[in-house]
Unconditional design. Structure first.
Length: 362
């Protein structure tokens, strides 16, 4: 039978052995190895994310291969569920996620403003300044927001190339588009609300255009996947405020899926991530964030997951530089800053939803 001292020595040796393999990335600060060793001792990192686990699998695999001995406990949920769950756990003082990674930039920043740990990632210099808030919240992706349409049922001559053209098309053929246009339910989807609020900032005629779109009767959903499925099947004909990364991935194997990057403006979303100030696995959380922002992690997102990179040094065209070359100045990145919080003020939020409902008859 092993004595307690022998067991202790064995465990220490095992941790040392794993740490030897889990070395710090090249070019990182000399003391980063202490962070790696601390993360190996923690043994895991808990992620709360709106990116579904299937899409995140290559990133998780790459992280666990780079840092053997650190397991990723990945929890995917919709944006509203993530926000409510995290808030409830913080209020209760219980165990929660170590890292938050949300496509709903406004609620993600709201959580970060209340609960994020400040951390200067070694990857800071590789990120646009608009994508970093107080070294607490980080934009991690560069995802245009698009229209989708059914290529079998919408003639190419009718395909709208702007928000105004979308409104004009539907208003001119309300019977054809009756209950055939889909977008997010802005009360059930935090992401949907954020995108609608950003549209209103970009488009001086937003509510007039929305009223024209509403003449066909909107069908609202809480997930991108459902909207894409309905457009692909022909149950709906057009969808707007769709994440282009998901649409492009779907279109590779779906001949029915057409995609439009509106030329008047194309919003660009960046999934917001931060480390919780109550993280149980703080070292591993820092490793995960750095990995997601690193050239290796961003290459996985861009070239394996079809989520465009926020960096400009990624092989291929699925990064900031590549998208800017192909889509030009119409791209409007949503900054990770306090401007995101404007419509989260209770009175402004309720007033916006009321105007949205009135315009769309929903």
């Amino acid at each position: 039978m092993l004595s307690k001292n022998m067991i202790s020595v064995s465990v220490t040796a095992l941790v040392f052995s794993i740490s030897a393999y889990a070395a710090q990335p090249e070019g990182y600060p000399a003391d980063y190895q202490k962070l790696v060793d601390g993360a190996v001792k923690e043994g895991k990192v808990v992620i709360y994310s709106t990116t579904d686990v299937k899409a995140a699998e290559p990133l998780i695999k790459g992280f666990e291969e780079q840092y053997p001995g650190i397991k990723v406990e990945y929890n995917d949920m919709n944006s509203t569920e993530l926000y409510n769950r995290y808030i409830s756990e913080q209020a209760a003082g219980g165990v929660s996620g170590d890292v938050i990674w949300s496509s709903s930039m406004d609620t993600g920043l709201k959580l970060a403003s209340d609960y994020a740990k400040q951390y200067a990632s070694p990857e800071l210099a590789q990120l646009p300044k608009w994508a970093v808030w107080k070294e607490k919240a980080y934009g991690t992706t560069y995802e245009p927001v698009v229209f989708i349409y059914n290529k079998r049922l919408i003639p190419q001559s009718d395909v709208p190339d702007s928000h105004a053209a979308l409104a004009k098309l539907i208003a001119s053929q309300p019977e054809k588009f009756k209950s055939k246009v889909t977008t997010y339910d802005i009360q059930k989807s935090a992401l949907g609300f954020m995108l609608a609020a950003q549209d209103a900032k970009q488009d001086a005629d937003y509510f007039a255009h929305l009223a024209d779109i509403g003449k066909g009767g909107l069908t609202v959903q809480s997930s991108t996947g459902t909207m894409m499925e309905r457009v692909s099947s022909g149950e709906n004909l057009i969808g707007f405020n769709i994440l282009g990364s998901y649409a492009e991935s779907r279109a590779k194997n779906d001949d029915s899926m057409g995609i439009v990057y509106p030329k008047d403006y194309t919003l660009v979303l960046s999934r917001v991530s931060f480390i919780s100030d109550t993280a149980s696995n703080e070292n591993a959380a820092k490793l995960w964030l750095d990995y997601v922002l690193s050239e290796k992690g961003q290459s996985i997102l861009a070239n394996q997951v079809d989520i465009p990179s926020i960096r400009s040094d990624i092989e291929g065209d699925n990064d900031i530089n590549g998208l800017t070359k192909s889509l030009g100045n119409g791209l409007k990145p949503i900054p990770v800053d306090e401007s995101l919080l404007e419509y989260l003020q209770p009175n402004q939020r309720l007033e916006f939803i009321k105007r949205w409902r009135t315009a769309t008859n929903k």
